[in-house]
Design a protein around this ligand. Structure first.
Ligand SMILES: Cc1cc2nc3c(=O)[nH]c(=O)nc-3n(C[C@H](O)[C@H](O)[C@H](O)COP(=O)(O)OP(=O)(O)OC[C@H]3O[C@@H](n4cnc5c(N)ncnc54)[C@H](O)[C@@H]3O)c2cc1C
Length: 491
């Protein structure tokens, strides 16, 4: 019989992948189990991608503790595993005297937590920093340590580094049953049955359902949807993250640059029962347009290229994070990780590692061979003319642009397919390199991507899924796509 795992982490979002990377430092046999074909496919995929400065969460909450500790940890991690992240700074925007009181409250909280911040009342200065901000702005609370990130890059980087350091990754394997035994657990994950001494439940909006499988569900999770509109690159320059005064349940509808040079507006915040429904509605989009226009009246809606939504996993413990050893021995809940979960993920991984150390009998010897460094794949956007010319000489695929909107070459796509966690679906290519994320939404490049995947994986085009099994986009032969693996050179 196979040796049991020391640790099984359920959930391959940013939280599960951070924990996997953290525990990979130790001589522990660890597996991460994810129901989808890739990491970062649920809440980690649909959010504002902000690393919050840390002043906003309620005093005394675990959210505030994790955010304050987590924010500064991103600089070192960026050096180690390489992902796109920039501290652009945030503004909370006040329009009247009532708002000024809230601004002052937020600044007091920032001071108490040693977070650098400044209330700027000089309108000229505000306008220089943010030229398109609403003319009726009265003041802003500026927090320079807030940043923007590429959540896919972060999560894939964490997962790849965990994998390089010996963590097993099991995809397309939903956990459907957990049995508690005297020496651990038996987990049914897809077709596989696994044994593990310790389980870490990081299943996002499903964390209560996973906990219920062993009777460790002394909490519930309610999804709270947030909708967004994404603008084309350079549609309107926005330099900082622009927040309104927060509401009791969310940070409000904001306007924000993305790390790739786009701008988005959103999210709203509406509770729902359905844990799968990430549809957008015209009522919801109108709500965020109204909210966004208060901060930036000239938002060019004609340059919108996509709408999307994400689900916050909100706990019934005042909406705070639940990170604790449960009443069931060796079963640890990491649940209710709503916002600011992305900003807190590294601090959460640290805390969970301590909880496992203190509440289980696993021995935490450090690996001599642990390597914190993960090398990213080479990207066209990082090359200058000379290196590109040399690269094309060595490999002509560097000269073939497959995605025109985001300028992605065939060489990059081939490399993504053959990385340690190789991209085997259209969406895996999309979240690693961005083809199909630009203004044409894949109209031009999708057939080309299908052909490259077919050739590199030696599969029929009809066998290439969009994401999970059963999501294949091409169902039959046409005059252009032959019913055999594509062997051509130029797609
Ligand atoms: C609208 C919105 C805006 C936000 N903005 C920000 C922000 O700007 N900054 C910030 O810090 N935070 C933000 N957040 C919060 C942040 O996105 C989350 O805290 C974070 O992504 C949670 O990650 P996770 O790993 O817990 O969940 P997920 O990413 O949902 O991962 C959980 C994983 O568990 C898997 N899973 C579930 N059930 C099973 C099963 N039975 N078997 C196997 N696998 C299973 C799922 O497939 C999923 O991949 C926002 C969230 C939303 C929704």
């Amino acid at each position: 019989m196979m040796k049991p795992y020391d640790i099984a982490i359920i959930g391959g979002g940013v939280i599960g992948c951070s924990i996997a990377r953290w525990v990979s430092k130790y001589r522990l046999k660890t597996i991460l189990i994810e129901k989808h074909a890739d990491v970062a496919t649920e809440t980690t995929k649909g959010n504002s991608a902000i690393i919050h400065a840390g002043y906003a969460s309620s005093e005394g909450s675990l959210q505030s503790e994790m955010n304050v500790k987590g924010n500064p940890m991103f600089d070192q991690l960026q050096k180690e595993i390489n992902f796109d992240f920039k501290r652009v700074g945030s503004f909370v925007v006040a329009f009247n005297d009532e708002d000024m009181k809230d601004l002052q409250k937020e600044q007091n909280q920032a001071d108490k937590r040693n977070i650098p911040s400044e209330i700027i009342t000089d309108i000229k200065r505000i306008k220089i920093m943010e030229p398109n901000i609403a003319d009726n702005v009265k003041a802003v609370l500026y927090a320079p340590s807030a940043g923007i990130i590429w959540p896919f890059g972060l999560t894939i980087g964490l997962a790849e580094n965990a994998y390089d350091n010996g963590v097993d990754l099991l995809f397309s394997s939903p956990v459907t049953e957990i049995q508690q035994k005297s020496n651990g657990f038996i987990i049914q994950a897809g077709q596989k049955q696994l044994n593990a001494k310790v389980i870490i439940n990081a299943a996002g909006v499903y964390a209560d359902e996973i906990a219920r499988m062993v009777g460790a569900d002394n909490f519930t999770i309610t999804p709270r949807k947030g909708e967004y509109i994404l603008m084309d690159r350079n549609a309107i320059p926005v330099n900082h993250i622009l927040f309104p005064i927060p509401t009791p349940v969310s940070k409000g509808i904001l306007v924000c640059p993305t790390i790739e040079g786009h701008t988005f507006i959103g999210p709203n915040s509406n509770a729902q029962n359905d844990k799968e429904d990430v549809s957008t509605t015209s009522a919801g989009l109108n709500e965020i347009i109204r909210g966004g226009r208060k901060l930036l009246p000239s938002i060019p809606l004609r340059k919108a290229i996509a709408n999307f939504a994400g689900l916050r996993a909100v706990s019934d413990r005042d909406g705070d994070f639940i990170i604790e050893a449960s009443e069931v021995e060796n079963f640890i809940n990491v649940a209710g990780i709503c916002s600011p979960g992305l900003s807190s993920c590294l601090a959460i991984a640290d805390l969970v590692t301590d909880i496992v150390k203190n509440h289980t009998t696993l021995s935490f010897g450090e690996k001599d061979s642990w390597n914190p460094i993960r090398f990213p794949q080479q990207r066209l956007k990082d090359m200058n003319e000379d290196t590109l010319a040399q690269a094309i000489k060595n490999r002509p695929e560097w000269g073939r642009v497959i995605c025109r909107c985001e300028t992605v070459t065939e060489a990059e796509i081939i490399d993504a397919i053959h990385r340690p966690i190789g991209a085997t679906t259209l969406d895996m290519i999309k979240v690693r390199l961005r083809p199909r994320m630009g203004r044409c939404n894949g109209g031009f490049c999708t057939p080309k991507l299908l052909k490259i995947l077919s050739r590199e994986l030696d599969k029929l085009v009809t066998e290439i899924p969009k994401n999970d099994e059963g999501s294949e986009m091409v169902t039959d032969r046409t005059k252009f796509i032959e019913n055999k693996p594509w062997k051509g050179e130029t797609p």
